[in-house]
Design a protein around this ligand. Structure first.
Ligand code: AMP
Ligand code: MG
Length: 337
């Protein structure tokens, strides 16, 4: 299959391009598209066969459910059985935007989307291309991140191309995504809401609207609530070492692995502090966790492309999106020092 990459305006998505993309979705095909978080790989959420293609293309385990993307209230109602009271102020405040809410599903949503479960994760994206695509298709779009399973999430169209060239018909290139880490996932089907995945919208942001919630703790035995959390995630090919111990700790790691091809991801303030490494890449300024989140996955892919053996990543400040970013860095890491 030939994979087309089409540039599209994120300010005013060209109608013709959206029409072509929606045609593919309606015919049971896959389209990769930008959202405000990362790129998604979408299919008609009502079409089990089309959704099956997502799992196949990504190599995604069948027990890891997908997020369904909607463009309006009517579409939400076609997907979910009921809307809990707490969802109403949350949707009002954070939709369209990077908050995914887990609801009870309607039977029209095929099991392949929800990994056989009776709940469905839904979000209304704010990115104009994602929004136009869903509205144009007239059906909810099931879409996980558009990366091969376990690889770093895609924040640029060329990341999607690197993973899916020859496997999907169309990638809409809307430029670099704005947030760079995946959406916050909140389960509202339990008595006390549970934060299943951290994102730009933080626990505090949510609690300001609906009062106290719980944070999901990873279980090693028994049934896991969000199956996605079982798997290795976001990982580059090189070994990633997350360093919490500052400049001296980074220097110790550099000397310990001096025979390896070491890449460092650090802040502009520290870039002149290290020597004897292959490349030094910059998150941005230390205080700027927004820039760090935006750049992280892309920098990981750059390290892999340039043949890194070891990637040393300096810990970021855990405020706002920084907390979600540290979650992703920790999951990608093979060692934390
Ligand atoms: P991705 O779209 O690749 O970022 O993955 C979607 C994330 O949402 C994964 O972590 C899933 O486990 C989670 N998710 C999707 N549907 C559900 C659901 N019904 N219940 C809990 N988590 C879900
Ligand atoms: Mg993903």
């Amino acid at each position: 299959m030939k994979t087309k990459v089409i540039k599209i305006s994120s300010k005013e998505p060209e109608k013709k391009i959206i029409q072509n993309a929606t045609k593919i979705i309606k015919n049971g095909g896959l389209v990769a598209f930008p959202t405000e978080t990362v790129y998604g790989l979408g299919a008609n959420a009502f079409d089990a066969k089309a959704v099956g293609k997502i799992f196949k293309a990504k190599g995604r385990p069948a027990d890891n459910p997908l997020i369904v993307h909607v463009s309006d209230k009517r579409m939400l109602n076609s997907v979910v059985k009921e809307i809990p009271l707490k969802a109403i102020p949350l949707m009002k405040k954070f939709w369209p935007g990077p908050l995914t809410i887990v609801f009870r599903k309607k039977k029209q949503i095929p099991n392949v989307v929800t990994a056989g479960g009776d709940t469905v994760a839904v979000r209304m994206p704010s990115h104009s291309v994602a929004f136009a695509l869903i509205r144009g298709a007239g059906v909810p779009i099931a879409a996980p991140s558009a990366n091969t399973s376990t690889r770093p999430s895609p924040t640029e169209a060329r990341h999607v191309y690197d993973d899916f060239n020859g496997k999907i018909p169309l990638i809409l290139d809307g430029g670099k995504t704005n947030i760079g880490v995946e959406s916050t996932v909140l389960d509202l089907t339990t008595k006390i809401p549970i934060l299943l995945r951290k994102g730009k919208i933080t626990k505090k942001d949510i609690e300001k609207v609906i009062g106290s919630i719980q944070v999901h703790v990873k279980k090693t035995k028994g049934v896991v609530k969000s199956p996605g959390q079982k798997y290795k995630h976001y990982a580059p090919k090189a070994s990633l070492i997350l360093v919490r111990g500052g400049i001296q700790a980074v220097k110790r790691i550099i000397s310990r692995y001096s025979k390896k091809k070491i890449f460092i991801i650090t802040f502009s303030e520290n870039k002149d502090k290290y020597s004897g490494v292959h490349e030094i890449y910059i998150f941005g300024k230390k205080q700027n966790t927004i820039a760090a989140a935006k750049n992280f996955f892309s920098l990981l892919r750059k390290c892999d492309k340039n043949g890194a053996d070891i990637i040393i990543v300096e810990a970021v400040i855990e405020n706002g999106v920084g907390e979600a970013l540290m979650d992703r860095i920790s999951r990608a890491a093979s060692m934390i020092v």
